[in-house]
Ligand binder design. Sequence first.
Ligand code: NI
Length: 240
Amino acid sequence: MLLRIPHVLTPGELAQVRQLILEADWADGRITAGSQSGAVKKNLQLPEDLPAAQQARHIVSVALARNPMFVTGALPKSVYPPLFNRYGGASNYFGDHIDNAVRTHAATARHVRTDISCTLFLADPASYDGGELVVQDTYGEQRIKFEAGDLVMYPGTSVHRVEPVTCGERLACFFWIESMVRADAQRRLLYDMDMAITTLRQQTLERALQDGSAGNSSDTPEIVRLTGCYHNLLRMWADV
Ligand code: NI
């Protein structure tokens, strides 16, 4: 499932993150690449132990945790601490690759299985040419270049690349998620069901408010049962 989550960062948080990381010392992006991806990777990356990286990571992590769409789409069990990259000038592309299946966090030696890959865009798309994230999925190639502050979530199993940035600079945050539900198809089903139930509840509440019948709860027996089905599927599939 490829999912766009708009406005993950507020304009204030976005400005803060940009200021923190733009002033820091950047390194060659191959510091976190495997041998296949390292051969096609040419970008810059912020070393994760820098104080600026830690502060920016904290802002992003707080924003993710409060975002209901992120939580329901990812069902996160463990999130790899967000990293930051930039593409521009001579360090301007990342060719086709699949992300490593397991990332080990250097500071904690904790393993994260990369069920989901995420990119949080940090630059105004009008400020650079190229730099699309191209993800191959069953519907063909998806070319992604979102507004600053928006996030894309896609299966870690996908072949993907970042197109060369030919003008300006692409700034982004990226990270991986180990989900409580390992299979993408199951996560998608749960996400669709959760979204449909949420809309159904809102519609039912609005109707009850209109005809003055809203008491303590406007949930119908059918909504209760559907919500139960969601949780029972999650119980069957979740690994926590
Ligand atoms: Ni990648």
